[in-house]
Design a protein around this ligand. Structure first.
Ligand SMILES: CC(C)(COP(=O)(O)OP(=O)(O)OC[C@H]1O[C@@H](n2cnc3c(N)ncnc32)[C@H](O)[C@@H]1OP(=O)(O)O)[C@@H](O)C(=O)NCCC(=O)NCCS
Length: 180
């Protein structure tokens, strides 16, 4: 993409969210789900004008199974990542899975998502799955490239049925960094 200034990757910070970040995360989740509602047309607003994300409290009550992170650029909020231990895509307990991942529009196509994903894989080294809808071409391009670069092309890929489109599953070991 032309005309987008790369952000300084040193300023991208990934920090674990705490229960006091609950309102912040639920507000960011609304922006995220609004983006996704373009693709997943079954996502409907509730009568209060919010999509809602009922699983959010579990990220604070089940710290062994779910981890929430905030992505900042310097001191500014730039997005979030929700991670599960155990994945719906593989029969392994010791695998991390990206449940949700979001970069604010103003920071997109500037390397923020890529850097945040790398920090996540470094903080939680080991087996990972990323599940991405083939109906979300931006996310598919982002994850296939980020995973391929991080692993030097050593990820395994397959698809599983999904609505409205199949899910692409990327499975890899984040210990295996690729060249550069
Ligand atoms: C997908 C998302 C996280 C990408 O974050 P980002 O910070 O913009 O990604 P980066 O700038 O690090 O992109 C790295 C590379 O991924 C690819 N990529 C990222 N966004 C892309 C897009 N919209 N179209 C095509 N390729 C894209 C490009 O190869 C890009 O490198 P380039 O900009 O030099 O061409 C962000 O667009 C987002 O939050 N989208 C809405 C929510 C979502 O779909 N989340 C993923 C759910 S699985």
């Amino acid at each position: 993409m032309q005309g987008k200034v790369r952000m300084d990757s040193e300023l991208v910070v990934l920090t674990p969210a705490t229960p006091s970040d609950g309102v912040l995360l639920s507000n960011l989740l609304e922006l995220y789900i609004h983006d996704l509602s373009d693709i997943f047309t079954q996502l409907e607003l509730g009568p209060d004008g919010r999509f809602g994300y009922p699983r959010l409290p579990l990220y604070f009550s089940e710290p062994d199974r779910r981890l929430a992170y905030l992505i900042r650029y310097g001191s500014r909020i730039a997005g979030f990542a929700l991670v599960m231990r155990g994945s719906p895509a593989v029969e392994e307990v010791d695998v991390h899975d990206i449940a949700e991942f979001f970069v604010m529009r103003r920071y997109r196509r500037r390397g923020v998502g890529r850097r945040a994903a790398t920090l996540l894989w470094q903080q939680l080294p080991g087996k990972w799955t990323v599940r991405v809808s083939e109906g979300n071409p931006a996310a598919l391009a982002f994850w296939t490239r980020a995973v391929a670069e991080h692993t030097g092309g050593k990820a395994t890929q397959w698809t599983r049925p999904g609505d409205p489109r199949a899910w692409r599953v990327l499975y890899f070991d984040s210990h295996e960094p690729g060249p550069g």
